[in-house]
Structures are given as structure tokens and as C-alpha cells.
Design a protein around this ligand. Sequence first.
Ligand code: UDP
Length: 233
Amino acid sequence: MSKRLLLKLSGEVISGDKNFGISPKVLNRIVSEIVQLKKQNYEIAVVIGGGNIYRGSKLIKEMNFPDYKSHHMGMIGTVINGLALETAIRKKGVKAQNYSAFTVEGITSRFDVEKARDRIGDTVLIFTGGTGNPFFSTDSAAALRAAEIEADLLLKATKVDGVYSEDPEKNPEAEFFKNISYSEYIRRDLQVMDSSSVLICKENQIPIYVFNINKKNNLNLVLNDNTHYTLIN
Ligand code: UDP
């Protein structure tokens, strides 16, 4: 039976070095790697974030917006990214379908777990809109969707090689974990993925692979155990 993967991409990852919007070069490279996996018969679902389109803290602080409004804007940002991802995958001749936690009438279909499970065999599924609720993250959405579709593993794409005891960009001496248990990850309050998403994976026994998507071909290398990554299980 083919392996069913849930890939979590943050918005930041597809913005490249601009930290805003979508970098065609980065999007194209990541899409090529996803398409390559699909051709190896993996079943693939992607949850995409939205931090490259909208981050709410400034509006909350400086304009006194209520938190929920910023979260709504953030969730809509993920749909914009999902449409780009869906289109880029289709352009490479592979079926892709964006399912959002809420509908944008005429543009996206609403997430439906049974349709998703029916289609994942031949279609790359893209889940957008997060969980559809404010005060959650797209990491939680990734864990939730992974549980719903019974993914074999969750691949968390980041800009570092895996889980460290501290942010390695701030402390180069930070300890790298090759393997860490769900409970230890939560106990140490590590920040690569939020703890609520790790808890959902723990309850559903979904292993999490944290790896660096900025390194070329790493998506493939992780699955073949040929690169640095952290396994949370
Ligand atoms: N968001 C939300 N509910 C969700 C998922 C996301 O309200 O279930 C909002 C939240 O404000 C978040 C934003 O959407 O900051 C973008 O998601 P996230 O920060 O997870 O994106 P990423 O950092 O992965 O790009």
C-alpha cells in the first residue's frame, strides 16, 4: 500500500527570501519535489499556512483590531497560497484539489473528509483555511487533517534542519534532537510546531518529521532517510 503523507508548508517557506508574497522560483521548486513524490505513488496532502500574506500582530496592537478579525484575515491568506499551489501542481500535469475549511463561493470547495479520502489516491490535496476557527494555527490544522485522513506521517517543512533545544539562528550551540518523544517535546515547550498540534499527533500515533525544505530535494531525502531531520514520535 502506498504511503499517505501530510506535508505542512508555512507561508514563510514559499515567500523565499522576500518574507512576503510568493516567490515563483521557490514555489516551482517545492511543487517539482511534490510532483516527483506523487509520481513515486505517495499519497499526498498539503496544509499550507499564510504568514507570508498576512500577520496580524501589528493591526491588533496599532489599530486595536479584535484578535478574531486578524485570525480571519490570516485564514484567508492560506487560501491565496493554496490556490497558487493547486495551480502550480496542475500546470505540471498532476491532479490537485484545494479544499478549504470554509468556502469562498465559486472559488474553493469546502473540506469534506470522505471526498478527501476518496480522491487522495490520484490527486494532491491541498487543505486551506486552517481549522476554520480563530485562535488556532495551521500546524494544528495539519495535525487535525493528518488524523482525519489517517496519514502515515506528518512532514513539517521548516527553514532549519529539525528540532533544537533553542532557536539555532539565535544560539548556534543549541542541541539538535535526532529523535524526541511527543511528551518530551511538549514538556520542553519547543517552538518548531505548536504543542497542541504535537498532542493531536501523539493521540493519533502520527510520527512527525521536522526537516529543512530550503535544501534542494530534501523532501525526497527525508523519506529515504538520507538527510538530517528530527523524528518526533
Ligand atoms: N489561523 C487561524 N486558525 C487556524 C489556522 C490559522 O485563525 O486554524 C490564522 C492565524 O491568525 C495564523 C494565520 O491564520 O496566524 C496564518 O496561519 P499560520 O500562522 O499557521 O501560518 P504559517 O506561519 O504556517 O505561514
